[in-house]
Write a protein of this length. Structure first.
Length: 178
């Protein structure tokens, strides 16, 4: 058994789950937050107003499915595939949207407005994590790790997720003049 791949699998699964659960909570925490996300979904997708509510709810349900699938190794490959599909769709929408579409932000991680470049950076890093996760999970299959190792992996995943969720804050540290 390759324990390194087993640990990478755990870290990737948990980091993706943490980021997506925080994204879902950011969207559904209030009516105003969901309205902001619905507006961003309409602007980023280019779909008519009448479809924005459906698209917004489908995204929330898909993100919850990614979180649920990330829990076990037997469903992790499907969760990673779903995460990659969502991240590709988000990145495509961001790359083709006008800069004004991100002016108020999507509200995925709270009321902080995200720049398009930062959001795309986050998505690319998450795509790399998902690719590493699907590869490492396929390599180790259903092998079990001891609880101490899983706890260390959980802490590492939480740190990675916290960095990705607060990426705007980290970027602003290096781009805002003193």
């Amino acid at each position: 058994m390759n324990t390194t791949l087993l640990y990478v699998s755990h870290i990737c699964r948990e980091a993706v789950a943490f980021v997506f659960v925080l994204s879902v909570l950011g969207k559904i925490r209030s009516r105003a937050a969901f309205a902001r996300f619905r507006r961003a979904a309409r602007l980023l997708s280019g779909l008519p107003e009448k479809w924005s509510d459906v698209v917004a709810w489908l995204v929330v349900v898909a993100e919850m499915a990614v979180v649920a699938g990330s829990v076990t190794a037997s469903t992790a490959a499907w969760a990673f595939a779903g995460a990659m599909a969502l991240l590709c769709a988000f990145t495509w929408g961001l790359s083709r949207s006008p800069a004004s579409a991100m002016a108020s932000g999507c509200g995925c991680f709270g009321p902080v407005a995200s720049t398009r470049r930062t959001a795309i950076m986050r998505n690319v890093v998450l795509l790399v994590v998902a690719v590493a996760g699907i590869g490492s999970t396929a390599a180790v299959r259903f092998e079990a790790a001891n609880w101490a190792a899983v706890l260390v992996c959980t802490v590492a995943a939480a740190a990675l997720a916290a960095f990705l969720v607060r990426l705007e804050d980290f970027v602003s540290l290096f781009t805002t003049p003193l």
